[in-house]
Design a protein around this ligand. Sequence first.
Ligand SMILES: C[C@H](O)CC(=O)SCCNC(=O)CCNC(=O)[C@H](O)C(C)(C)COP(=O)(O)OP(=O)(O)OC[C@H]1O[C@@H](n2cnc3c(N)ncnc32)[C@H](O)[C@@H]1OP(=O)(O)O
Length: 760
Amino acid sequence: MARAGVVMEVGSDGVAVITMSNPPVNALGPSIFAGLKEKYKEAMKRNDVKAIVLTGDGGKFSGGFDINVFAEVHKTGDVSILPDDSINLLASTIEDANKPSVAAIQGLALGGGLELAMCCHARISTPDAQLGLPELTLGVIPGFGGTQRLPRLVGLPKAVEMMLVSGHTLLSKSIRAKEGTEYGLVDATTSPENLLIVSRRWALEIAEGSKPWISSLKRTDKLTSLSEARKILHVSGKHAPNMPQNQVCLDAIEEGIVFGGYAGLLKVSAFTFTSAVLCTSFGVRVFVRPVLSYIMPHQKEARLFKEIILTTTARSLVHAFFAERATSKVPNVSDVGLKSSHIRKVAVIGGGLMGSGIATALILNGLLVILKEIDSTLLQRGIKTITANLEGLMKKGSLTLDKKNEALTLLKGVLDYSEFKEVDMVIEAVIEKVPLKQSIFNEIENICPRHCILATNTSTIDLNIVGERTKSQDRIVGAHFFSPAHVMPLLEIVRTEKTSPQVILDLMTVGKIIKKVPIVVGNCTGFAVNRTFFPYNQAAQMLLHLGVDLYRIDRVISNFGMPMGPFQLQDVAGYGVALAVKPIFASSFEGRTFETDLLELMVQSGRNGKANGKGYYLYQSGSKPKPDPSIQTVIDESRKRTLITSGVKPVSVSDQEIVEMIFFPVVNEACRVMDEGVVVRSSDIDVASILGMGFPKYRGGLVFWADTIGSSYIYSKLKKLEDAYGRFFTPSKYLEERAANGLPLSSANSTPSQALQARL
Ligand SMILES: C[C@H](O)CC(=O)SCCNC(=O)CCNC(=O)[C@H](O)C(C)(C)COP(=O)(O)OP(=O)(O)OC[C@H]1O[C@@H](n2cnc3c(N)ncnc32)[C@H](O)[C@@H]1OP(=O)(O)O
C-alpha cells in the first residue's frame, strides 16, 4: 500500500484483517481515522466476519497520532482540527463492539498507536516491538485513553514510569514487547512470520469464548487503593519542575482512578458512578466532589489535551521534534540521489578522552575500530578508558556484560599505520596543534585507501588549514563530537567548500549508526556550536567581574533550565581547552570577546576544575559540588586587572537580567552564524543548542526561544548593554534588520539561508 489508507481483507476463517498504512510509521492522520471507522463499520455489518485483527503495514503497527496536526494547531491556534476519537472510535466502535479485536503489533506501537492497541481485546506482538506513550516528550498527554487504559493494564507505578518525562533530555520510558508480557500489556509474543497466524487464532478464540474477552477500561484488578495511588502520583509529580505536562497527566490518571475508567465513557448516571466506585473500592471522596467534575474521565483527558497542546512547552517540544528530523535534510547531499557507502572499519587516532569516547561509541554500535596511539602506555590508557566507559554504561543498566564483551572484540589497539590500509574512515582526535594535525593528515592520505574518509575531531581549527598539506581536500571533513563522546548525542559535521557530498552523506550515516544526531555545518572558527556559545562563558565572566556573585549566576542559569551553571560547566570541562581556544576566538572575533585573566589566575592558584577537585567549586566524590569561599581572592585579583570593572561599584541586576546578559550575546552570535550560512537552517542551531550545550528542550532551542521573546526586545536590550559595557554586546546586522522589520530570527527556518544557497 503506497498511499495513506486502511484496507480490510476477510479470510475464510471469518477473521477480518484491518491494515493501516501511512508510511513511514503509519502515523494516525485524518485518512487513517476515516478508514478505520469505515472498515470497522463494514466488519460489524458483515455476517462472515467473526473477529478482527488490527495491524499496520510495512512492519510497523503505528508511531502514533500524526504530529504534523499538532504543528498545524500551533500555526493556527485551532484545536478543533484534533479528532475526538477516544470515545467514538476507540471505545464505542472498537472496545465496546460485539466482535472482538486483536492488535497484531510489529516494530512499534507508540502514543496513539499503543492507545489503539490497548482498546483491542488482546495484543500479540513480535518480541522486540517498541511500546510506549511518549506524548509527554512532545509536551502533551495521551489523548486516546492512554492515561486510563495503561494503568489498568500494567499497574500504576509502571504506567507512570512509561508516561512521565524526566531528566534533561525529557525522555519517557518505552518498553520492548518482551517486557510488556511481564506487565500484562502484551498477551503473547511471536515471530513476524507467525504474527498474523497467532493473532487470527487468538481473535477467533475470544469470539468463541475459549480466551477471555477483556476491555481494558473495565479492569480494576491492577489498580491499587486510592490512598496508595495518590502516594505514587504525589511522588511522581514532585520530579517535574518546568514540565506542566507531568502534573496534567497525573491529574488525568487520578480522575480516572477516582471515578472509574469505564464510567467515564458511558452516559453519566448515578448507577454508573456507584458501580464504578464500588468495583474499584475507592472510598468516599467521590461523593464530595462537585457534580460537573464527575463527567467522564475521558472528557477530562480530552479537555486537558486540548488545553495543554496550546502551551509554550508543547509548541517548543513539537518544534524540537521536527527540528531534529530536519537535520538529515541537507541540500545537495541528501536530495541528489546519493547512496551511503558501507563503512565497516574506522581508525581513531589518539586514545585520549575524546578518542576513547569516539571509539566507545563506534564499537558499541557494531563498527570495527583500530585505535592508534604513539606508545604502548598511552595505548593501554586509551583501552582502559574505553573499558571504563563501557563499564559505566553497565552500571547505569544500559549495557549487558555480553554486549560489553562483544563491543570489546571489535577494538584493536595499534602503534603504527599498517592496519590503516583497509579502513573506510579515519577520525583524528589528537590535541589541538596545527602542525601535528597537518603531519598526521599528510601521512594518512598516503596510507589509507582512496575511498577512505579523512575526518578530524577538531573543535576549533579551520579544516582548510588541517588539510593544507594534502591533495585530498574532497575527503577531508570535521567530525566534531562532544564530550563524553559515547554519551553526548550531537555530532557536528563540518564541511569545507571542497568536501564531497558523498563524504558528508557517509559521515551522516555513520553518525546515525552510532545513534548521534548529525548536523552539517560550514567551516569557521568554532564552527556552529562552539562559535555560537563562546559568548556564554564570557558573558558569565563579565557579570562576575561586574560584581555579581558567581554562585548566584550559576543558580539563575540552572533555574532557567541548563543542566548546570556556566562556572560549574567550566569546572567540569576543565580549563585546558578554554585557555587554548581563547586567543583563537580573540583574533577571529576581534573586539567582541571579553578579555580577562580569570582562568590563568585559577590555574596559578592550583585550581584545574573538577579534574583536581578544586575549581570555582570544591569536588569530593559522592557529594555535590560545594562553593569555595577562598575563591574570592582569585576573583578580586581578576577584577582588579580587568578594565571593565576597575573602580566600578558592583552592579545590581535582577535574575531576568542575568539570563538576558548571558543568553542575548549567544543569540546575537547565532544570528551571525545564520547570516553567514554556517548552518543550513536556524532550527539546526536549536538542535545543536539542545543536544550539544544542554539548552532546555522545553524551550525549543536557542533561536526558537529567542523568537518567543522577540527580535526587537533582544535588540533593544543589547543596544543598552552595548552603551553600558561596550562592543561585546553590539547587536549584529542580522539582528538589527530583523528587529527593524519586526521579523522573527528564525524566518529562514525550513529553507537554507540565502548565504548558504549562494555558496552551493
Ligand atoms: C492522541 C495521542 O495520544 C497523541 C500521540 O499519539 S502524539 C505521537 C506519539 N508518538 C510519538 O511521539 C512518536 C514520535 N516518533 C518517533 O519517536 C520516531 O519517529 C519513531 C521511533 C517512530 C521512528 O524513529 P526513526 O525510525 O528514527 O525515524 P524518524 O526519522 O524519527 O521518523 C521518520 C519519519 O516519520 C515521521 N514521524 C515519526 N513519527 C511521526 C508521527 N507520530 N507523526 C508524524 N510523523 C511522524 C518523522 O517526522 C520522519 O519524517 P521525515 O522522514 O519526513 O523527517
